[in-house]
Design a protein around this ligand. Structure first.
Ligand code: GP9
Ligand code: MN
Length: 620
């Protein structure tokens, strides 16, 4: 036994410690960790390290030490990333690293002190290695070493593949089809398995993906778009109004009408919603690309990708974009975002979408900075000045940025007393929201003063949630969130306001919908065909399908929460009204449809296929 320990002790310790770390991912991210994950994780650890047994123990100890540091960094990064994105990292994000600075601003909220325990063993191990540097280790013959490596390889393979073969026999789709979400891959193949699969898929996409649609795909897609044209009875507005779209950063519905100690967080928007059409049942559908995903949906009506952002992965692909369609009708188009031009590749993407102008930070006068850049009030007001130089009719797309994580907010601008909230970051989020509400008010007043308001179509919505609403946190407690539907409302609902030309009275629009539906709504109001867009007008009375990137969806009063740990059929179906779990039959009609929307969207994006659908020949 002692001999065994002397020969393999380091290896056994390496496997045990990393296995514990992989198990800890479960509680650290509040996700499921079961027997299946245990075996695939153990198997995968052996599979990526068995070769070290070939090497003499003296050198091997150092190799295992470095390998363990690398794996620990990977595990910790996945945990931190998960806490904001409820997803694991993918290689596609590497090209997104330049954008991580902005997202990373909220890191201190995602890293808990206890996480550093993950690195504790590394220090102990490192210290021991250094202390023993001079000691001689008994070596053992190379032949024996290769035998142990082979035994480990075989054991690793059995441990890793047995659960997968059992799953495959259970007719799981992931082995034959690319899965819809990273987390589904994780629950099947473990964290290391997920990364290997992810890298494999990415290489396959980059180097072997056939860019031409098959005739079957073409037929299915044409059929989908033909039946998705929308009805002719929808409201149409006269003439060619100016169209102004305002995307608000991290702006979730829960803040609307919310009062803290008698103070309204959004006094302006609370009144504004009485003047315009307000959609309280509207959801964000963004994923890893966050702001860029929301912008992408707004301008193309396709879904975000499962990994990375379309803006960084396929910035030059073409769509039936909103600016292009408007331009064809004689509109002048402009995008406004007071940040660096190249962030999220916006300079290329906006041009590719067909915007005539892009006003970025260099085009705005200097003003107070809040968070990442120029504050929203100055941003909005200067944007209106730019708009007034444009010729009518125009389409202006504004992306606000003040209320961005980590939500730091200058003390001198704080107007609310939020002492009753414990978490400082949540207090700061509300200070930001209050400021943006007032900035939005200033924008609307200026539009009114300049005579732009009356005739214009004005759309405003939040890009995504604040990321601060997990169970146990102040925000969830204040909202008294308990059920899955409560968390859906807190984490997925963003407000949508739509002001039609010459609107005299507001209206609460109860229909459900998501960000892919905004462009089709605008086009339908203008009496234009939406062409190759996946969403549906929010003004039609038919129930519409709202799909989230993990395969969960909302349809006709029901919410289907996908269970990423098992087959698609095993999710939960909730009634939105009663918030109770209901019979799965209620959600069944869209079970396959929802997944096929995501797959179709992915295929069209990756194959740059809108042109092919229109019958254009493919340019290489
Ligand atoms: C910066 C902005 C960042 O331009 O897009 O917002 P995020 O993508 O992190 O939500
Ligand atoms: Mn954002």
């Amino acid at each position: 036994m002692k001999k065994l320990w002397l020969m393999y002790g380091d290896y056994i310790l390496f496997i045990l410690i990393l296995l514990i770390k992989l198990i800890v991912v479960g509680p650290a991210t509040n996700t499921y960790f079961g027997v299946n994950l245990f075996f695939v994780s153990l198997g995968a650890l052996i599979l990526i390290s068995f070769w070290s047994l070939w090497i003499s123990p003296r050198v091997r100890r150092w190799i295992l030490f470095y390998l363990s540091i690398l794996l620990t960094i990977l595990i910790a990064s996945n945990i931190w990333y998960y806490r904001y994105f409820t997803d694991f990292l993918s290689v596609a994000l590497i090209i997104q690293i330049p954008q991580m600075g902005a997202v990373g601003g909220g890191l201190e909220d995602l890293i808990y002190p206890a996480d550093f325990l993950l690195f504790a063993d590394t220090f102990i191990w490192g210290a021991l290695l250094l202390k023993d540097r001079k000691r001689r280790f008994s070596d053992y013959p190379a032949k024996k070493r290769s035998k142990s490596a082979f035994v480990a390889l075989a054991a690793g393979a059995v441990l890793f593949f047995t659960p997968l073969v059992i799953n495959a026999a259970d007719r799981d789709e992931w082995l034959v089809q690319d899965s819809l979400s990273n987390m589904r891959n994780y629950f099947k193949t473990g964290m290391l398995g997920h990364h290997v699969l992810d890298i494999g898929r990415e290489l396959d996409d980059q180097f072997f993906e056939e860019k031409t649609l098959t005739s079957l795909q073409l037929r299915e897609m044409q059929q989908f778009f033909d039946s998705n044209r929308g009805s002719s009875e929808e409201a149409v507005i006269d003439g060619q109004p100016n169209v102004i779209v305002i995307q608000l950063e991290s702006f979730q519905t829960s803040v609307i009408d919310q009062e803290i100690d008698g103070q309204e967080l959004t006094p302006f928007l609370n009144d504004y919603k009485e003047e315009v059409m307000y959609f309280p049942n509207f959801y964000h559908q963004t994923h890893q690309g966050r702001t860029s995903d929301a912008e992408f949906m707004l301008n193309t009506s396709f879904y975000p990708l499962k990994a990375g952002s379309v803006y960084t992965r396929y910035p030059d692909h073409s769509y039936d974009s909103l600016p292009e369609k408007m331009e064809a009708e004689g509109y002048e188009t402009a995008a406004f975002h007071a940040f660096e031009r190249t962030f999220w590749n916006r300079d290329d993407v906006y041009e590719n979408f067909g915007f005539d102008h892009f006003y970025s930070i260099k085009d705005f006068p200097e003003g107070d900075v809040i968070g990442l850049t120029l504050n929203d009030e100055d941003f909005f007001l200067s944007s209106v000045d730019r708009m007034m130089e444009m010729s009518d009719p125009f389409y202006a797309f504004m992306v606000a940025l003040t209320s961005h994580t980590p939500y730091d907010f200058p003390d001198e601008k704080k107007e609310l007393n939020l002492d009753s909230i414990d978490e400082e970051i949540i207090q700061n989020y509300y200070h930001n929201i209050h400021f943006v509400d007032q900035a939005f008010g200033a924008l609307i007043n200026k539009l009114k003063d300049e005579g732009i308001w009356d005739d214009a179509l004005i759309v405003a919505y939040g890009d995504h949630d604040s990321g601060l609403q997990e169970p146990g946190r102040d925000m969830a407690e204040m909202a008294e969130a308990e059920s899955a539907v409560d968390y859906l409302n807190l984490g997925r609902k963003v407000p949508l306001f739509m002001k039609l030309p010459n609107m005299s009275e507001g209206e609460v629009m109860e229909q459900t919908g998501g960000q892919v539906d905004i462009a089709p709504t605008i086009l339908s109001l203008l009496g234009l065909d939406k062409g190759y867009m996946m969403g549906e007008s929010l003004l039609s009375d038919d129930p519409r399908l709202t799909v989230f990137r993990d395969g969960s969806y909302i349809y006709d009063g029901y919410y289907y929460e996908a269970d990423l740990t098992s087959e698609r059929e095993n999710g939960n179906c909730y009634s939105l009204e009663s918030e109770e779990l209901t019979d799965k039959e209620n959600c069944a009609p869209m079970l396959y449809e929802a997944a096929s929307h995501l797959r179709m969207s992915d295929t069209i994006i990756k194959k740059n296929a809108v042109g092919q659908l229109k019958g254009e020949s493919i340019e290489e």
